[in-house]
Design a protein around this ligand. Structure first.
Ligand code: NAD
Length: 460
């Protein structure tokens, strides 16, 4: 099976490279669309050309989403395409840069957002091309160049995207290597990159180990770290809506997103009704025996080192797999259209405590909203990443927003509304949590520089 998929990836890669080369050829020979550069005599031609380019953009999302899915074999193909389609519209660029000026009796002072130079970016396997795309837009808009150390299991799709972006940038600016990477990223290339004197700033998107490694490098690092987002459903929530939102968020790309709903605390007086709403909205409930059987295969336990505690982590074979693959492991035959499994557990359960990144959602019954908020805070583990609440009670919504202290807090919607998908605001797939920059923007990748002119250049 592994051989077939690798062949598929290689075939798609060569097809894309051939296409890119033939596009280069068209540019050199003066093909129609390349020589016009957007300026047309007739409006009909201008509209047609714009429409063709728009279609090409969407094609890339389709093509690259498919390539990423074939290479990583995690998540859902249509969701990978969806994540790429929104990058162009929602990731902020140069319009987000701010300058400040002070003019007065003492002269003129300007504070400018200046580039760092070369930024070293580390991208995850869970959304390789979307993360590198968002980083590229933000970082280049801020005037930087980027060198990437991508995840080894999502490096081919990243290389294809990097090459195509460079080609597009070259056509406009004549600069050929604003984005660079290595064909085979490894821990050694990571080390060389972070220690290189010409790499001025790091941006890490990944789990705890890489965040720790980047912070230990001694260089400034913008770290988009792990999460374990809890959801609270209180007795005032619109339960049908809450169930629909939770299913949408937790099943998106099979729960690979760091912001995705990972465990639910529901107030006991509405717990049965809430679970009925989950079933009505298409999620499939597992019984306690099935949950235990799934837990046994879905986590691997690493024995403690030197007398330390044993540690469980989500098993690679189940991360990002479809709900019916998880179901099959416990003897349940379900169609591919089932997006999410769920079931009742205790707060101590592995599915609650660990960032599972698979479409089984544990639900925990708690006596009241305060107990739910307290449990949510405990299981978020201080990552300060994302919290979600479904409630109509202003006091409860305010209390959780203040106490959980997460970078994103979403009320009455699915988790992805926190990244501008169905909620107000902009997108980035790098949400800097332990280092506090939040959803990254071009400003995240600038240095503040102040230039002072004394007793001149002020206009009055
Ligand atoms: P991962 O930590 O395994 O890998 C992320 C990157 O770090 C990869 O490029 C990998 O090669 C590298 N890496 C891993 N360990 C390293 C080490 N010790 N030294 C140097 N490099 C190392 O994560 P993943 O499975 O690819 O992605 C999922 C994780 O990333 C989850 O924990 C998720 O929450 C997190 N994530 C966070 C955000 C965010 O914006 N905060 C976004 C996406 C993913």
């Amino acid at each position: 099976m592994a051989t077939i998929d690798e062949n598929l990836v290689s075939k798609v890669v060569s097809e894309v490279l051939i296409r890119l080369q033939s596009q280069n050829g068209a540019a050199r020979t003066g093909g129609f669309s390349h020589t016009q550069y957007g300026v047309y005599e007739k409006m009909e031609d201008a509209v047609e050309a714009a429409h063709r380019s728009f279609a090409k953009l969407s094609e890339k999302a389709e093509e690259w989403g498919k390539i990423e899915f074939a290479e990583t074999k995690i998540g859902r193909e249509d969701h990978k395409i969806g994540k790429l389609k929104i990058c162009g519209d929602l990731v902020p660029g140069v319009e987000y840069l701010e300058r400040t000026a002070f003019s007065g009796d003492n002269g003129l002072t300007i504070i400018d957002a200046a580039p760092w130079g070369v930024i070293g970016a580390i991208t995850p396997s869970t959304h390789s091309v979307p993360t590198l795309t968002g980083n590229a837009i933000n970082m280049i808009a801020a005037g930087n160049a980027v060198v990437y150390n991508t995840h080894p299991s999502a490096a081919k799709c990243a290389a294809i995207a990097i090459r195509a972006y460079n080609e597009a940038i070259f056509k406009v600016t004549g600069i050929s290597d604003l984005l660079t990477t290595v064909i085979k990223p490894t821990l050694e290339t990571f080390d060389l990159m972070v220690k290189h004197p010409k790499v001025a700033l790091l941006c890490v998107t990944g789990g705890p180990a890489v965040v720790k490694a980047a912070m230990a490098s001694g260089k400034r690092a913008v770290c988009a770290g792990p999460g374990n987002p809890p959801v609270v459903v209180d007795e005032t929530a619109d339960l049908d809506r809450a169930a629909r939102c939770i299913i949408e968020g937790a099943s998106f790309d099979n729960n690979l997103l760091c912001i995705g709903e990972k465990q639910v605390f529901v107030v006991a007086s509405v717990a049965d009704k809430f679970m009925e709403s989950m079933r009505k909205a298409g999620a499939v409930q597992l019984n306690p025996a099935q949950i235990e059987a799934l837990t046994k295969v879905a986590f691997t336990v690493t024995p403690g080192q030197g007398g330390g505690c044993a540690h469980a982590h989500a098993a690679k074979e189940f991360i990002g797999k479809n709900a019916n693959v998880l179901a099959k492991a416990v003897g349940l035959d379900l169609p591919d259209s089932v997006m999410l499994l769920f079931g009742e557990t205790t707060e101590e359960h592995l599915f609650v405590q660990e960032e599972q990144m698979m479409p089984f959602l544990p639900i925990v019954r708690v006596p009241d909203a305060d107990a739910a908020i307290a449990a949510a805070i405990r299981t978020e583990h201080g990552y300060r990443h994302t919290g979600i609440m479904h409630s109509q009670n202003i006091r409860n919504l305010t209390k959780m927003a203040q106490e959980i202290d997460t970078t994103l807090f979403i009320k009455n919607g699915p988790s992805m509304t926190g990244l501008g998908l169905g909620g107000e605001g902009f997108l980035s797939f790098s949400i800097a949590t332990p280092t506090g920059e939040g959803v990254t923007t071009p400003m995240t990748f600038t240095r503040s520089r102040r230039c002072v002119m004394v007793e001149s250049l002020n206009m009055f």
